[in-house]
Design a protein around this ligand. Structure first.
Ligand SMILES: [Cu+2]
Length: 479
């Protein structure tokens, strides 16, 4: 105990040496942290302008998003977190296989009270783009601006420029953020915003240098899935949540559900302006604009190759599932109980917008219950899921299309990583390590988890309002 205290004290002493490499662009600013370095992070209320309105929001270190932290794979960083909010909070380090007590859920840590601090120790075993956000009342605290990226650097080769973009939306009416209750609202579909944000702004603009740009994309919205594209550009998808794809591939757009990340490379052979768009059936929204500027030192970047070895995982392809879950819901007091009818006449596999505003706005965590149900009929936190370090286990997730409100669910597993084996029996032939998987309405998705990290880890829907309405279970992983 004593030794650990002195180790942390020593680390604190060198905290002042942190090199805050401020990026010259508008946003984001990168903070590069060396091994064992400490970084001070503070959550506090802040006034923030969105689309001309001054809004009362929350921010990490006075900025939305919070600082983009960069560190090397294999390093350990310390985040000295202080809560200057008027309410309890914690920070969850989404996707990072760190020690359980630093995961930021209330299963493993006491809430950080107003005025208090907590030292998070974060080990970074995997390349990729991760993010941090609260894990208490995510539906409110994250919506108010508490989110930021951690990029585990290297492994992706040289680029002329790179850019972390956090996608989000916010619901503003008459110049004010739509109110929050003491419990969660918009429980049916989640809280969809009416302004699209990139790095906390509408009309986001940034410069990148001519040549190859690497984009780190994160969806921090409470509920909205994005289909990200850049007008006139092909996207080269090189990485997912936690590392490289087996085989990189090109696409016109990429679907990113809440909690997910993608690493995308785009080649700009000329200067000019390029619009980033969210494209889905019936609608197209501007995400922002990339302005490509001259570059005197353009690199010649060859396509990268995967450094991940998935061979071991592939041998489990045909084994039966170890865990089977159905995703469904129940509503009370909304006039629909007991009729067995779906609220939506034509369920689609992904809901891109809140197309039933009234019903959604009267649904709350008190009258709506979202459910993960196992084969024995147990639900959510009643379920005891056990695994051991070193286990490879198949989880089958079926998203009930006959529930009262079928819709997609981005399912997030803390502290471990998995690959997507198949969706609707269609075998996935291009693996990437993931921690969040989008399960469309009616789909059966098989994932294969490589349990490597002991502790109590949440498995939940990353639509913040679905989580608040109960949609979570726990994996207990023994050493
Ligand atoms: Cu959900």
């Amino acid at each position: 105990m004593k030794i650990e205290f002195f180790a942390i004290a020593a680390v604190l002493l060198i905290a002042g040496c942190a090199s805050n490499n401020q990026d010259t662009r508008q946003t984001p600013r990168y903070v590069s942290l060396a091994d064992s370095q400490v970084f001070a992070l503070e959550a506090a209320p802040m006034r923030h302008e969105i689309n001309g309105a001054q809004l009362d929001m929350y921010a990490y270190n006075g900025q939305i998003p919070g600082p983009t932290i960069k560190a090397a794979r294999g390093s350990t960083i310390y985040i000295n977190f202080t809560n200057k909010l008027g309410e309890d909070t914690t920070i969850h380090w989404h996707g990072i296989r760190l020690d359980n007590m630093n995961d930021g859920t209330i299963d493993v840590q006491a809430p950080v009270k107003p005025g208090e601090s907590f030292m998070y120790k974060i080990i970074l075993p995997d390349y990729g783009v991760y993010w941090y956000h609260p894990h208490i009342r995510e539906d409110r605290q994250q919506e108010l601006g508490l989110y930021g990226n951690i990029i585990v650097d290297g492994g992706f080769g040289p680029a002329d420029d790179e850019l972390a973009i956090i996608l989000d939306d916010i619901k503003v009416t008459n110049g004010k953020i739509d109110s929050f209750y003491d419990f969660s609202r918009f429980s049916l579909m989640g809280r969809f915003g009416n302004h699209i944000l990139a790095n906390g702004q509408t009309g986001f603009k940034t410069d990148v240098k001519k040549g190859l740009t690497r984009l780190y994309l994160t969806n921090a919205a409470n509920a909205r899935p994005f289909n990200f594209s850049i007008k006139g550009r092909e996207l080269r998808i090189v990485g997912g949540d936690s590392g490289r794809y087996e085989k990189e591939f090109t696409a016109d757009s990429v679907v990113i559900s809440p909690g997910e990340r993608y690493i995308v490379e785009v080649f700009f052979e000329n200067t000019g302006s390029f619009d980033m768009m969210n494209i889905h059936p019936g609608s197209m929204q501007s995400i922002g604009r990339i302005n490509v500027v001259e570059n005197d030192n353009q690199i010649d970047a060859p396509p990268g190759s995967s450094f991940e070895d998935f061979e071991r995982m592939k041998s489990y392809n045909s084994s039966p599932p170890d865990f089977e879950f159905v995703l469904t819901m129940q509503a009370n007091g909304m006039g629909h109980e007991g009729h067995g009818t779906t609220m939506r006449s034509r369920p689609e596999s992904i809901e891109w917008e809140d197309d039933m505003g009234m019903m959604n706005s009267i649904s709350t965590s008190k009258n709506t219950r979202w459910i993960i149900r196992d084969k024995a009929g147990r639900e959510n936190e009643e379920i005891v899921n056990k695994a051991g370090v070193g286990d490879v286990k198949k989880i089958r997730i079926f998203n009930d299309p006959g529930s009262m409100h079928p819709m997609q669910h981005p399912m997030h597993l803390h502290g471990q990583r998995f690959i997507i084996l198949s969706e609707n029996n269609k075998t996935n032939d291009n693996f990437v390590w993931k921690d969040t998987v989008l399960v469309p309405t009616g789909a059966t998705t098989d994932i294969l988890v490589n349990f490597t990290n002991p502790g109590k880890w949440m498995f939940h829907c990353h639509i913040a309002e679905h989580l608040e309405a109960g949609m979570t279970t726990t994996f207990e992983v023994s050493e």
